[in-house]
Ligand binder design. Structure first.
Ligand SMILES: [Zn+2]
Length: 117
């Protein structure tokens, strides 16, 4: 499970139905692990469901101790590696490079899609 703080990069863009890399602006992104944050509005606790390859973890944490991309409600984090930006790690199984994180979060009735590292 991802415990590190999120660093905002920029909002996410889609071009012709393809997600665009936040760094090189190419569309060759590969999806990896997914983390789900279940939180009612301003709940003190958040249920975190994290997938890491073929394993799944689910636990409840203090909301302030999670890296939920939503500050008050539900959120998702999806890991992506770019064929161009992470090229040096493709042959190593991309295991050593920190992926780009697509955060999907609910905020004041809107669904935000933002890139984080
Ligand atoms: Zn890229």
């Amino acid at each position: 499970m991802r415990q590190a703080n999120l660093t905002y990069i920029q909002e996410a863009f889609i071009d012709g139905g393809s997600l665009i890399c936040p760094s090189c602006k190419e569309s060759n992104l590969h999806q990896f692990n997914v983390t789900v944050f279940e939180r009612g509005e301003d709940d003190s606790y958040t249920t975190v469901i994290a997938q890491n390859k073929h394993e799944v973890y689910a636990s409840k944490f203090k909301s302030e101790d999670t890296c939920n991309p939503s500050s008050r409600r539900n959120g998702l984090l999806l890991e992506f590696m770019c064929e161009h930006c992470h090229e040096s790690n493709m042959t190593a199984g991309w295991s050593t490079e920190r992926p780009f994180l697509l955060g999907i979060s609910q905020h004041k009735g809107d669904t935000l899609m933002q890139w984080f590292k």
